[in-house]
Design a protein. Structure first.
Length: 234
């Protein structure tokens, strides 16, 4: 009898967890077609300086997340300073023997919108994430939008000398995401190159059009966007 009760309780908890799962981004068809999907696993639902925020991104490992990085002497992101930065954090993306050093900073021009009990302020915040490894670097910049700007045009992804357009993706598999971006897509002149889901736990799409040497750095800056958390008060 205990075994039956235990099994029934486990099933109820599992069904409850599925029922309470948050929305997931729906990748545009041209992004999904021909893309490798890097699923996130082993990621905590909590964040902060006392939480281990390491997780797996496909076969890669995201580790050493430091939320207090902007308070240290080594803080350095182009266009930001300690006086203007609302959040600053660093992390690493490890791919076998390679380790990419990532860092992100943001500055807000308005309070975020309230979504599902949390503050999500994509579109009202300028965010920059940089990744470096040896002589190779990648940067993604999301610009704060103005009332008369194109809301789908979010920013620019730069990998070495190549520049790609970044646009917001709002489609999800549920209707309870009130507003704000579910993720961002990357496009070159020939079409979709990939995307990142910023809804927890997150995912990354790397399209076949994306050159092989650029896949790791794009995954790295995408991990930085997934790690973004707005400050408690702005």
């Amino acid at each position: 009898m205990k075994s039956l009760v235990s099994s029934a309780l486990s099933l109820t908890m599992a069904l409850g967890a599925v029922g309470c799962a948050g929305p997931r981004m729906v990748a545009p068809a041209d992004v999904a077609q021909g893309s490798e999907v890097l699923e996130v696993t082993d990621r905590s639902s909590m964040s902060g300086s006392l939480v281990n925020e390491s997780f797996k991104l496909g076969s890669f490992a995201v580790s050493d997340v430091d939320r207090d990085w902007n308070k240290q002497k080594g803080f350095s992101v182009a266009g930001y300073s300690n006086a203007t930065t609302t959040t600053g954090y660093s992390y690493k993306l490890k791919a076998g023997p390679q380790a990419w050093n990532g860092s992100c900073a943001s500055s807000a021009n308005d309070k975020g919108v309230k979504v599902m009990g949390g503050s999500v302020d994509w579109g009202t915040t300028k965010i920059t994430c940089e990744c470096k490894q040896g002589g190779t670097s990648a940067t993604v910049v999301l610009n704060a939008s103005s009332p008369d700007s194109d809301r789908n045009s979010a920013g620019v992804l730069t990998v070495s000398d190549a520049k790609y357009k970044v646009s917001s993706v709002n489609d999800t598999d549920k209707t309870n995401l009130a507003s704000g971006a579910a993720g961002f897509r990357y496009d070159g002149e020939d079409g979709a190159l990939g995307a990142v889901e910023v809804l927890h736990p997150g995912r990354v799409w790397l399209n076949a059009r994306l050159p092989e040497p650029q896949r790791l750095p794009v995954a790295c800056v995408s991990a930085g966007l997934m790690l973004y958390q707005p400050p408690p008060e702005q």
